[in-house]
Design a binder for this molecule. Structure first.
Ligand SMILES: Cc1ncc(C[n+]2csc(CCOP(=O)(O)OP(=O)(O)O)c2C)c(N)n1
Ligand SMILES: [Mg+2]
Length: 614
């Protein structure tokens, strides 16, 4: 039964009650874009002592900034903009948040019903603007200050935060009908509670509503059935794809020990680098999974996959070529399996499932290779190959001429040593994230590795990394391509307005380097009949000099050759302000060097294959 509607004397206006409730629901950060219709919300956010607000001018950048902040802080972040195209500009970040499972609370201001669809300025159809790319859309109507109306907006705020965070995390959209006057008639002091605003058993700071969400677990019998399958298999792999549960790497290490399977760790799985047990971890899965004699002798029969699809295309192709029994664990209830293989999806808490399976196997007193002290031949082979690949790569990288050349993946080869615990390493879309996968060595530092892999856009990369920097959880290093950097130059304005610090390694190959690796590279072939079209359509050389632009936007800029890169990074990481360290490369040479690196690894693996078969 609800309390009869009545106006509450001294109660806050509904928008301030809503904002107060966002803060009570665990939101600590808001990103605000300037505008008129959004004024009551902007003022309420700014006035709330529990919220830290950052102002960004460009909504597209602001959306990504909020996304980076949410990812790094592992909390939902609110982002506010005014009506019209401003709201549309948030869309790319909303889409990335949806597929990347990042909690965002998107607040858009709109005209009230009587001003919609009748030619009022800056008024578009904002209802369900982001379509299927949000977990929840709700229209927040203009309401008054009765207890029921305030209860309504308070519960919407709590529901928004809880829904954004619930697994799979993602964006929610609240569209506010806002009526003039836009400036409050009274001072914006602390928000007063109304009688009955808090649950009876809760303290004064409790939210109006909250949700206690359980983690889905399999029954013991179901775990036992998986244990049967695992115990009957020697040639198994655990593949950890992009995921952000900080506890999962240690659990996967226990699962590797109990199954006797090696753990192939994508850098975005957070299992590649960190203080957890990495004794059965394979960092070079992207290189080992490529076709060749070694791989032919080491084809898996069973794969337990965690997280999103791995970054590595060779791993995807390896799955397609070997067609192992595939188990995909996704606590968010997703169906992420783009190799198009028959699969069993486990819709249960990943850590809970892995721990349960490990415990069950340990309880059975040893399936094949049940302890880390004596890995099976299969696992020992993978670990030996991992070492051989990493050594071959390091040796090749330190050998002339590449030792003295700017090589695009080099930042990743040295960053695990240079970054402190708590550091955030962000890889741009396009080649940087692939180079991170192939070249980031394992290490024990607690470094968090991220990339926008939800929708793989090259837009908003710099903004996302700077949003992560705003979380102040640790120094941020971003490695980004030149086209992606140009796409998001506005990000540097945000850094200036909000006094942020970050290191940006700008890999300038004067265009889209990734296309040299893709079938588009054949565009200039005579059979296509468009000579010169490759550079025009895909290479897109621009010849832009970055120093003046970067400095004009308030950041520092330097150019580093192979020898200067390490010292420049060491000086920059953790220092105040934004520094762009540019490395200049050539796209054709980059392709050749990547091929050489892969060939060096392949030769080392071939040698291993010969050794083990003789
Ligand atoms: C928003 C968006 N537009 C276009 C693309 C297609 N695209 C993928 S990579 C790429 C070129 C990126 O160039 P750069 O950032 O310099 O990285 P590089 O390929 O040189 O490593 C483009 C245009 C995309 N992924 N996202
Ligand atoms: Mg480029």
């Amino acid at each position: 039964m609800t309390t009869p509607a009545r106006a509450v004397t001294g109660a806050p206006d509904p928008i301030r009650a809503f904002v107060d409730e966002l803060a009570r629901s665990g939101i600590t950060d808001a990103v605000i874009c300037p505008g008129s219709r959004s004024t009551p919300l902007a003022l309420a956010l700014r006035a709330h002592s529990g919220l830290r607000c950052r102002v960004l001018l460009d909504e597209r950048a602001a959306g990504f900034f909020a996304l980076g902040l949410a990812k790094a802080s592992r909390r939902p972040v609110a982002v506010l903009c005014t009506s019209g195209t401003a709201a549309v500009n948030l869309a790319p970040a909303v889409v990335e948040a949806y597929y990347g499972r990042v909690p965002l609370v998107v607040l858009t201001a709109d005209r009230p019903a009587e001003l919609r669809d009748r030619g009022a300025p800056q008024t578009i159809d904002q209802l369900r603007l982001y379509g299927g790319h949000v977990k929840w859309f709700v229209e927040v109507p203009v309401v008054g200050c009765t207890t029921d109306e305030l209860a309504h907006v308070r519960s919407l705020a709590g529901r928004a935060a809880a829904t954004a965070l619930a697994s799979p995390s993602g964006p929610v959209h609240l569209n506010f009908a806002v009526r003039e006057p836009l400036i409050p008639s009274s001072s914006l002091g602390p928000v007063a509670d109304s009688p009955g605003d808090r649950p009876v058993l809760a303290g004064p700071n409790a939210p109006f509503v909250d949700a206690i969400a359980g983690r889905p677990m399999l029954a013991a019998g179901e775990i036992a059935a998986f244990a049967d399958r695992v115990a009957a298999t020697e040639r198994g792999l655990i593949v950890a794809g992009p995921q952000d549960d900080p506890g999962l790497p240690a659990v996967l290490a226990r699962l590797a020990a109990a199954t006797g399977f090696p753990l192939l760790a994508d850098p975005l799985s957070q299992a590649r680098v960190g203080p957890h047990d990495r004794s059965l971890m394979v960092a070079t899965g992207d290189l080992l999974a490529r076709p060749g004699r070694w791989f032919d002798a080491h084809r898996p029969e069973l794969v337990l996959r965690f997280g999103a699809m791995p970054t590595s295309k060779p791993i995807l192709q390896m799955l397609q070529a070997t067609r192992p029994t595939l188990v995909v664990v996704d606590e968010g209830g997703g169906w992420r399996e783009s190799a198009l293989l028959p699969a069993t999806f486990v819709h249960a808490d990943a850590a809970g499932f892995a721990d349960g399976l490990a415990a069950e196997l340990r309880g059975r007193n040893g399936g094949p290779g049940a302890s880390t002290s004596s890995p099976s031949r299969w696992t020992a082979d993978w670990l030996a190959a991992d070492r051989a690949a990493a050594d071959a790569l390091a040796e090749w990288l330190s050998r002339p001429p590449v030792a003295t050349e700017s090589f695009e993946p080099r930042p990743f080869a040295i960053l695990t040593e240079l970054m402190p615990d708590g550091g955030i390493l962000w890889a741009g879309s396009s080649m940087p994230v692939r180079d991170m996968d192939a070249h980031l060595p394992s290490g024990q530092r607690a470094i968090r590795c991220y990339s926008n892999r939800g929708a793989n856009g090259i837009d908003g990369v710099v903004s996302t990394a700077l949003g992560a920097a705003a979380s102040e959880t640790g120094p941020v290093v971003l490695v980004v391509g030149d086209i992606s950097f140009l796409h998001d130059l506005n990000a540097l304005v945000a850094a200036r307005l909000n006094h942020l610090s970050a290191t940006i390694v700008l890999v300038n190959n004067d265009g889209g380097g990734i296309f040299s690796f893709l079938p588009q590279a054949a565009t200039d072939d005579p059979g296509v009949g468009l000579p010169g079209a490759y550079e025009e359509l895909f290479g897109t050389p621009h010849g832009i000099e970055f120093g003046p632009i970067v400095r004009a936007l308030g950041a520092e800029h330097s150019v580093a050759g192979a020898a200067e890169l390490g010292p420049a990074l060491a000086r920059s990481i953790g220092a105040a302000g934004v520094r762009v360290i540019e490395i200049r490369t050539d796209r054709a040479r980059n392709l050749a060097l990547h091929r050489e690196a892969t060939a060096a690894v392949a030769a080392a693996l071939d040698a291993l294959a010969v050794e083990s078969s003789s």
